[in-house]
Design a binder for this molecule. Structure first.
Ligand SMILES: *Cc1c(COP(=O)(O)O)cnc(C)c1O
Length: 244
């Protein structure tokens, strides 16, 4: 740990603690607005750029899920995470050639958007004698250069992945486009919720629509009100990201 970081830590801990409890209250309030309670919503902390000491402090407060974006960063921090009471997930784009490095280390991969990637997850999971839970990432805003499957290809992708061994589809994930108005982002959240319900209603083999993962620091309350049951929160918890 750098000296600079050591002097920053006590203050950092205080703000993380205050943020953690404030976010939980906000989640509870949004959940109640949609006829649910805090316990129905999974609060995952997005930990990219955050030092393991700070992440572990949040875990000591009761944080149960963390998500990293990059395989390399995840592996470099892996031995330092306190994961006895916390699950680690991958939430960022995953390249097929890196799958091998994280199988068995993460409880879920949230960002699966192709059969090729799912195939590799299946193959590597089999090899390691584990099953891997995944979410299908949807490019709900039809943005170029953004990961995620387009809605017209979603059913076919789910059907094909559902046939693979050692991979279980557990729901959907999305990162909607950045919108100036909250009402605009809500339209994307509502579209995602409709897809989530439509797929649930089909009751496909090896497909459980347990999780709808959407909503980040700026819009997690709106996402919950639209039906999300998993939110991924980074900067509201840890403060603005510092890319060291
Ligand atoms: C960084 C990140 C988040 C959290 O973003 P904040 O706006 O800092 O809350 C959520 N999901 C993914 C996939 C991310 O990369």
């Amino acid at each position: 740990m750098t000296e600079k970081l050591l002097t920053e830590l006590p203050e950092k801990f205080d703000s993380v603690k205050a943020n953690f409890f404030e976010i939980q209250e906000n989640i509870a309030r949004a959940a109640e607005k949609s006829g649910r309670s805090f316990d129905d919503i999974l609060f995952l902390a997005a930990t990219k750029t955050v030092e393991p000491e700070v992440i572990n402090y949040a875990i000591s407060l009761g944080l149960k899920y963390i998500g990293e974006n990059k395989v390399q960063e995840l592996l470099s921090k892996y031995d330092d995470y306190h994961l006895d009471h916390c699950q680690l997930q991958l939430i960022g784009h995953l390249q097929t050639n890196k799958v091998r490095q994280i199988i068995g280390k993460v409880s879920m991969i949230q960002s699966v958007d192709s059969l090729k990637l799912a195939n590799e997850i299946s193959k590597q999971s089999k090899k390691n004698d584990v099953s891997t839970d995944i979410l299908i990432e949807v490019n709900i805003g039809r943005e170029e250069n953004k990961s995620g499957v387009l809605t017209e290809n979603l059913d076919e992708l789910i059907e094909n992945i559902s046939k693979l061994d050692n991979v279980h589809i557990k729901g959907l994930m999305a990162i909607p486009p950045i919108c100036d108005k909250k009402t605009d982002v809500c339209k994307f959240f509502d579209k995602m919720y409709k897809l989530f319900i439509d797929i649930s209603d089909k009751t496909l083999d090896n497909v459980c629509m347990d999780y709808l993962s959407m909503g980040m620091s700026d819009d997690y309350e709106e996402a919950i009100i639209s039906g999300a049951n998993m939110v991924r929160i980074g900067s509201s918890l840890f403060g603005a990201r510092i890319y060291r």
